[in-house]
Design a protein around this ligand. Structure first.
Ligand code: CA
Length: 299
């Protein structure tokens, strides 16, 4: 088993990332992670107005995966996510969907015990997830921004028992991850979730075939995950890819696949608050297979 400690982390996914560990396809790797605020919020008196933003969104890694080359796909099977017993949620003026209304920065500490996140008196079932997970890209992209390489997708379905497929751009893939959340709802409206440190156990594999955007496989469905500055643009790209996959899997004319999409494909919001917005397009496995998403072109 390979362990990458949390002191080995990056703040951008770019062409100059230097691997800190190496794995073969099929290897199991543990990534220890720091929370998205760089562990700088220690109490409810600390707010994001007072933190060093150069230490925000650390992603542990990167991991070099043997055989991961440009034009292939890195499969990351998420075996286990452990989170610490204490998380933080923050908001601030001009942050989140209603940032224009927020007058002062505010922090809440959340205790996490026995699968429950305690927000004041309110108990919320924990659902640990990975906010930032991605690979090296041809341009330098801060870890706080999502894109084709993954990154800060803040998609609450990226959790234990799922497999994330990422397009590979650079040799070795160079996988890094961080920004665990003990729980987060779709949208992440106030700008943060229950931000927490922890560790993630994954199994990595390399597949032949090209992907345009990250793809998540759950027990019952595939989700194309698309991020763009404008929500409408993200939706359009995701729907195009989804229709392509439906056409390929069911051997349909494009117009028929478009109509089928309207019947069986859900468009969902992952997050609305990062530098690019993230949507996901859900297609139940009944109508599509993994192969339908590979080697398709956006037109
Ligand atoms: Ca995040």
């Amino acid at each position: 088993m390979i362990l990458i400690s949390r002191d080995k982390h990056v703040y951008s996914f770019g062409p100059n990332m230097k691997p800190v560990a190496k794995a073969n396809p099929g290897d199991v790797v543990i990534f220890e992670t720091i929370d998205a605020l760089g562990g700088q919020i220690k109490s409810e008196k600390d707010t994001i107005a007072h933190i060093d933003f150069s230490r925000v969104n650390p992603a542990t890694g990167p991991l070099y995966v043997v055989g991961a080359e440009r034009g292939k796909v890195l499969a990351v099977e998420i075996l286990d996510i452990e989170v610490a017993e204490r998380g933080v949620i923050v908001t601030a003026p001009n942050a989140g969907v209603l940032g224009d209304i927020v007058r002062e920065p505010k922090t809440r500490i959340c205790k996490i015990n026995d699968g429950i996140v305690q927000f004041g008196e309110i108990k919320i079932p924990a659902k640990p997830m990975i906010g930032v997970i991605g690979v090296a890209y041809d341009e330098e992209i801060p870890t706080g921004t999502p894109g084709k390489h993954g990154g800060n997708m803040d998609t609450n379905l990226i959790t234990e028992g799922t497999t994330l497929y990422l397009p590979v751009f650079r040799e070795g893939g160079l996988l890094a991850m961080g920004d665990l959340h003990a729980v987060m709802a779709d949208g992440e409206v106030c700008v943060s979730a229950c931000e927490v440190s922890g560790s993630v156990k994954v199994r990595v594999n390399v597949l032949d075939g090209k992907l345009e955007w990250p793809l998540l496989e759950t027990a019952n469905a595939y989700y194309l995950i698309v991020s763009k500055e404008k929500l409408d643009d993200a939706i359009k790209e995701g729907v195009k890819l989804g229709v392509n996959a439906l056409a390929k899997a069911n051997n349909l004319e494009w117009d028929d696949a478009y109509m089928l999409a309207s019947l069986v494909m859900d468009v969902q919001i992952s997050q609305l608050v990062d530098p690019a917005k993230t949507i996901r397009v859900k297609i139940p496995k009944k109508y599509v297979n993994l192969d339908a998403f590979l080697n398709t072109e956006v037109f």
